[in-house]
Structures are given as structure tokens and as C-alpha cells.
Write a protein that binds this ligand. Sequence first.
Ligand code: SAH
Ligand code: SF4
Length: 367
Amino acid sequence: MDSRFPTRPSIFGLTRPELLERFAGWGFSPVHVARLWSYLYWSCVPGWEFMPELPAKVRSRLEDAFTLIPPAVARETLSNDGFTRKYLLALEDGRAVETVLMRFKGRVTACVSSQVGCAMGCGFCATGQMGYIRNLSAEEIVAQALHIQRLLRTGAVSSRHEAEGIQPDRTTARLRNMVLMGMGEPLHNYDAVMRAVDILRDQSGFALGASRITLSTVGVIPGIRRLTEEARPVHLAVSLHAATQEERAALVPVAHKWPLDELIDACRDYCSRLGRRVFFEWTLIDGVNDGAEQAHAVGVLLRNVPAQVNIIPLNPTSGFGGVPGRGEAARRFQHILVEHYGLPSTIRQRRGLDIAAGCGQLIGRKT
Ligand code: SAH
Ligand code: SF4
């Protein structure tokens, strides 16, 4: 065993009910769990020594049982757009993942990764181009959100963003929005992702609102079905990119396994059973999926699905030669969806491209 790897589990992988159970087994009062949880997820302390209100015997028990190690930041990059920061976080096994912090008009959002690499193989995506390396654990997902929260608390992200007129309140600053749209396919790592969501949603700690978490999937149907069955409190975004099975399979290889008609059925079911809508993402590629005909096909396909379509002009990646759909094509696409089909639609602002922090650009490489 490599001595750099602690054999104890990270405390950030446990839910509060699990900690309560552990404390009961140790014969400690649940009051201490409440304090501990608040240190971990409200104060976001970086070590056991910052928990003065925990009795020494409780602290030493915890130290013996768990690690509490914030992720090491291997690199931080700030985009010239002034709104986007990217963090390369080093993992214990020598791998790394990227987390993106976006601040715009007072809204702070963390774009969090769920895997190192991705097995889904979409050719236009840099994460897909690197292949699948491994799933992240729940604690590695939680750690990304905590990292952003700590930065907000310490004011470390304020300098350039103060140009926006936002003064960070260092005692109460909170990360309120999280999108699972970083590296990887979250529904290919369902258990760890949902465990992380449970931990971050816990009202007595991090308290992320259900309406503030969006999970984006390439269309892993069994995952969407399970999410529906379990009524998981996350918004669902589905990467569509094409409105016919043939065109979609050319862009998204897993469409062979999970065909478009079944995907739309699963989305419809999600909406009707949970009373929600689905956000469909459409990476706009010039001459590939930006035509008026395709926009009409989307309108027809989504006729009976409560939906919103987010158009994302293609971001450049080294392994794909496509060109982003032009502004004019994006506006025409949007116009058709809205005017002909009453489908709400947005065009995603392109941000953070100079630091490769845009959708589909994350690779988590150290050099
Ligand atoms: N695996 C999930 C979430 C991560 S990708 C998914 O595919 O949905 C997040 C979003 O970025 C997806 O909508 C994906 O289609 C989009 N994306 C991937 N590569 C892109 C690129 N080069 N340009 C623009 N969007 C891209
Ligand atoms: Fe994976 Fe999503 Fe990239 Fe496709 S777009 S390769 S599913 S991360």
C-alpha cells in the first residue's frame, strides 16, 4: 500500500444519518453530530483542529476513523471574461478533475465533475476524447462543491469579479447553484452522484436547494428511469443534439444502445410523474445540426414534453474539426422553436473558452 493514500475513509462521503448511526455506536450524543455537520458544511473548516466546540474525545475518535483533507488545487485559471474560473483539483491517486466557478449577475454556479474521463465517446467533447478512466467517489464530488464554497467564504474569488459590483459577504457567502455538467456522465456514476447530492442537500449543512441542482445526461435511459422512480430532487438536462435517431447516433454513439424514441418516452414519463420539465441541450454545429429543418424536427419531437431547449454553440476541442453554429443560425433555430412550437429556448453565452472551461472542454490534465 502506498503510504500517501490514507486507509481511512473521508468524512465527506458520509450522510448525516450515517454519522448519527456511527456516533450512536460510539456512545456519543447526537448533539455532537449537529456541531460536526455544521463545521463541515456550514463553516467548511479545513481540518479537525478548527472544531473547538467538539469534545476532545469525540475529535480524537473522528480523527482515528476518518480523514478530512480538502482537495489540493493543482492549478487555478481565470478567464479574461472575468466571470469564469477553473480549478484543477488533484485526487489522491494522482488523477485530477476540473471544477468551474461561474459568476454572472450575482449568480454563482459551480460546474462539477462526476468522473475522470467519460465512457460515452461523443466525438465533439474533450472529456469523451480522453476515454473513461474512473468514477469519482461521493466525497470527491462533495469536495468540489466545498472547495468553491471555501473560496466564496474567504473572498478568494472576489478580486476581478468585484468589477461586477458584487461584494462577497465572507461570513454568509454561499454556493447556491450546482450543475453536474463537468467531466463525465453523472448517470454512469449514479450512486456516488446521488449520495453527494444527498449530502449537499442536507438542510442543516450545505443546504443546496433542490431547484438549484441540475444534472446533465447524454441520455442514459436506465438512469433517467431510476431518477424518476426515486423522485430525486434534481433538475434533469438531456443532451439531445439531433432530432432523428440516425442523426443522433452519428453524434452520440450511445444512442445505438439507448435510442431516441425510448429516450423521449423516459423524459415524458419523468415530466408526468414528477410534474417537472426537462432541459434539452443542443450543441450547435455549423452545417451539421443548425438547419431550419432540424429546428422543426425538434419542435415536433418535443410536442408532448414539457421542455426547454438550451442551444450551446460548439466549443473547440482538439480532437474534433466541427465549427460552431453561427449566431445567426442559433437565433433562427431559437426563433423556430419559440414561435412555431411555443418551446422556451435559450442560447448559451460562450464563456471561459480562453481557459478551456466551456462545456465539453474539460480534461483535467496537469500540464
Ligand atoms: N455527460 C453529460 C454532462 C457533461 S457534458 C452530458 O453529456 O450531458 C455537459 C454538456 O456539454 C452536454 O450538454 C454536452 O453535450 C455539452 N458539450 C460537450 N462537448 C461540447 C462542445 N465541444 N461544445 C459545446 N458543448 C459541448
Ligand atoms: Fe461524456 Fe457528456 Fe462528453 Fe458525451 S458530452 S463524452 S457523455 S461528458
